[in-house]
Design a protein around this ligand. Sequence first.
Ligand code: AVI
Length: 333
Amino acid sequence: SARFDVAQNGKTSPFQKSGGLAASYGAVDEPIRSIPTLVLYDDAGLDIYDAITYVEEYYLTNAEMQIFMDLGDEIMDSCVGDGGVLIELGVGSMRKTKYLLDAIVRQGKSVTYYALDLSAQSLSMALSPLASHYPTIQFVGLLGTYDDSLSYIQTHIPRPVNSTRTLLWLGSSIGNYTRAEAAEFLKRVQTIAMDTGDTFLCGIDRRNDALIVKAAYDDPKGVTRDFILNGLDHVERILGVKDTFKRDLFEYVSIYNDELGRHEAYYRSLVQQTLVLSATETVVLEKGELINVEYSVKYSAQDVQRLVDGAGFYWPNRWADASGRYDVHLFQK
Ligand code: AVI
């Protein structure tokens, strides 16, 4: 899959050993191994993630959707003008974006909506039905990574006359970056892809009560567990190995690290095992050893302020859901 170029090219093992985490981590006193989060997003993973967005305990999607449902008019009024351009990083769930498009149509504006994604199939499945439903909105799919897209936005997406461009990054996708990576990415977006006056609408989960976060990432029906364990099958396909990452020899471990404000998803090896990754690489896992596959980083208002300052944005507005767990922020250059 194109989502995992590095390992596929055989240049790097999917395992990365991190020495830096141990001191700040608490629950683990050894450096821990990790597998890139992108292994979670093969076709099966995308489907399971979609199922997660319907899980009651996974409050993030509903919160964002409710913000758009209740406040979509005000939000679109504050950042999208007639003739404007919207660019969504990741097509995500059109269930949510739909409310923003409805607001634009109610306001009698015509806009061009660009959706970026790594999968041509996701793009056409998301955009085709919308194109006939919203005649005043022009839809364009952009195939590629976030990084490719920044210079493409700069050089190819026309600057609207008498209007601005609005970037959308929803679903708390920012949470799957470390705080440092997120700050760096926003800074690059701001410098490469935005002009003065352009805006960036960003959905971000707050540092909520530990029990609520824990339930969201370890739901009773086991949808999240399935999402994480599916990554093991994908790793096997990437490496071209079989019966190596056996599902019954690993379990999903979900930890909410309150101190660092992030959910941490791990595979725990249930036995001591030797994984033969290639002719030249084997890895010995100890019984009980943890392998990190995902962080979902949460942001307090102070954390957002730091992010905004680091990226060189203004922060003119934010809209919270009714339970005060989640915000859609408006950043401006
Ligand atoms: C896509 N991303 C923002 C989700 C999250 O909340 O970190 C992925 C996810 N992982 C477990 N549940 C959902």
